[in-house]
Design a protein around this ligand. Structure first.
Ligand code: ATP
Ligand code: TZE
Ligand code: MG
Length: 265
């Protein structure tokens, strides 16, 4: 049976943003070379603490005491794969929630095989664009490089199926973001197409999602709030920017000043 999507009310969103800022999660980011700096700045703008620890031994140590771990395969190498696997194993042992961003999964063998192996290792969340979620569910062959070829809604069934099969939560992003645990689904509207004209907004969202996955309470609601944070800040920044350069700056400022206390869709 098709379950309807719920929306996130301002009353739900504002206190979660407040809690996130107060708890300031320490997020261990094992992410790609393109987005390291932007990802760290997005987390800092939300008062979280990013740390990019990538040596296999150090990563295994660090994921034991970070609040959350992000695995993003955007610029995967065999050596990084070993380090990421060590970090995931240590995170699971320590009970640290870890989030998977399966960048460009599908056509490329190393990352596709690795992401399939990771599915059975209890990710707290998987966050990808529609082509990535379809490819992970083996329903399509992937996107155009790192970009999606599908609208988010086209991957909603695949997201629900993945969530059920692997007992996890899946976020598929696009014009509308969907966050599902296979039973319940939140739809998060807003944002701006400008978010796709600056590299790494999806990757940074995955880091924010990882941080929100460390909060107590309703895990699905928490990660839906992460999407709402990015959508609301993106919309605000788009209203002020004249192009991608000023958008990136305005976006960080909007994250910093976001109140979360107004009605959201
Ligand atoms: N058409 C759109 N309208 C509004 N917001 C959008 C649109 N497309 C994407 N977004 C937003 O942009 C952000 C990044 O999502 P996207 O699906 O582009 O990730 P991605 O493809 O993984 O990006 P990247 O790999 O560059 O990090 C999300 O917050 C999403 O809601
Ligand atoms: C452009 C690009 N190439 C590999 S990772 C990445 C960042 C967006 O996912
Ligand atoms: Mg991506």
């Amino acid at each position: 049976m098709i379950q309807p999507s719920q929306h996130l009310s301002a009353a739900q969103f504002a206190p979660l943003l407040h809690t996130f800022r107060r708890q300031s999660p320490l997020v261990h980011c094992m992410t790609n070379d393109v987005v390291q700096n932007f990802t760290a700045n997005v987390l800092l703008a939300l008062n979280a603490s990013p740390a990019m620890v990538i040596d296999a031994d150090e990563a295994a140590q660090f994921s034991g005491f970070a609040d959350a771990l992000l695995i993003n395969v955007g610029t995967l190498t065999r050596e990084r794969q070993r380090a990421m696997q060590a970090a995931v194993s240590a995170a699971r042992e320590a009970g640290t929630p870890w989030t998977l961003d399966p960048v460009a999964v599908g056509a490329l063998t190393l990352r596709s095989d690795f992401c399939q192996q990771l599915l059975s290792q209890q990710p707290a969340v998987i966050r990808g664009n529609a082509s990535e979620i379809l490819a992970l569910a083996q329903q399509a062959s992937g996107g155009r490089g790192v970009d999606t070829l599908h609208p988010a809604v086209a991957a909603l069934d695949a997201a629900r199926q993945l969530a059920k099969e692997w007992n996890t939560r899946v976020i598929v992003t696009g014009e509308v973001d969907y966050a599902t645990d296979g039973q319940r689904t939140f739809a998060i509207r807003g944002g701006s197409p400008m978010l796709t004209r600056v590299v790494g907004t999806g990757c940074a969202l995955s880091a924010v999602v990882a941080g929100f996955s460390a909060l107590p309470g309703d895990g699905l609601l928490n990660i839906a709030a992460a999407c709402q944070v990015m959508a609301t800040a993106g919309e605000k920044a788009a209203g002020q920017a004249t192009g991608p350069g000023s958008f990136a700056t305005a976006f960080l400022d909007a994250l910093w000043t976001l109140e979360g206390d107004h009605e959201t869709h």
